[in-house]
Ligand binder design. Structure first.
Ligand code: HPA
Length: 264
């Protein structure tokens, strides 16, 4: 059987992107901005996730974004879908196998900072893994001891910050804390997260950061804030709110990415 790498190489037909973007909630529309798009459903790629959060399988869209060759991943696998933190490993290995050197990850998150409300964008500077899991559980080689001190690439962060300034787009910075989900956090957990030094909470991205570093990729990540975290307003949280609010911050992050992509 053909491997995911073989299949992708064939489909890319000479296009050689160095950067892959993983599109979280609110950014899915970015695939429409890819010119000369090559679309490859995950179903054609052995090892790629079978279905995403809304039940639809994802796809890779490759082509030019702001004139730069990219691979976009529309759809990711979340730990809460199956309890396997390594679910994205085959997909990320395939990306590395076709020559991807950099990963730009995006997600939706809840904010712990009242001034960083829904619609804000946060550049992730560091993370806290509070899930109790790790995508490298079971990895037998010493390569499993991945250093994460510089996980969020300083050069890529600099480019993203400059693009935010150049496009007049507010960009916060902070620490993202990974909770397993799928239930939202409790107000007590959010108070704990704040004490621990988190600025935002979410249910994705951290496994991909760890796997990306394991594979030697350079990594950057941004959160789109869809809500203030549990207990910060009177309201109960819902997935509907995440979906409804993600496009606002998504549009801001898209503006930053259009400007940054050539320098990332
Ligand atoms: N918590 C966890 N994940 C999230 C949230 C949240 O408040 N908002 C969007 N994704």
């Amino acid at each position: 059987m053909k491997t995911a790498v073989d299949h992708l190489v064939e489909k890319l037909n000479g296009l050689a992107p160095e950067i892959a973007l993983v599109l979280g909630s609110g950014l899915g529309g970015l695939v429409e901005e890819v010119s000369e798009p090559v679309r490859v459903p995950y179903g054609e790629l052995p090892g790629f996730p079978k279905s995403g959060v809304s039940g639809h399988a994802g796809e890779i869209v490759a082509g030019l974004f702001s004139g730069v060759p990219v691979l976009m991943l529309a759809g990711r696998s979340h730990y809460y879908e199956h309890g396997n933190a390594a679910a994205m490993r085959p997909a990320l290995e395939a990306l590395a196998g076709v020559g991807i050197r950099k990963l730009m990850l995006t997600n939706a998150a809840g904010s712990l900072r009242p001034e960083m409300g829904p619609g804000s964008v946060m550049l992730i500077t560091d993370h806290i893994n509070f899930s109790g899991s790790n995508p490298l559980f079971g990895e037998p080689t010493d390569r499993r001891f991945v250093g994460l001190t510089g996980a969020y690439d300083a050069d890529m962060r600099g480019v993203l910050k400059k693009a935010a300034t150049d496009t007049d787009t507010p960009l916060h910075e902070g620490v993202y804390m990974w909770f397993s989900g799928p239930s939202f956090e409790t107000p007590a957990e959010i108070r704990m997260a704040r004490t621990f030094g988190a600025d935002a909470v979410g249910m994705s991205t951290v496994p991909e950061v760890i796997l990306g570093r394991f594979l030697g990729l350079r990594v950057a990540a941004c959160s789109v804030v869809t809500n203030l975290a549990a207990g910060m307003t009177g309201a109960e949280l819902s997935h509907q709110e995440t979906k409804d609010m993600a496009p606002q911050g998504g549009a801001r992050l898209a503006a930053i990415l259009r400007k940054a992509i050539g320098d990332l």
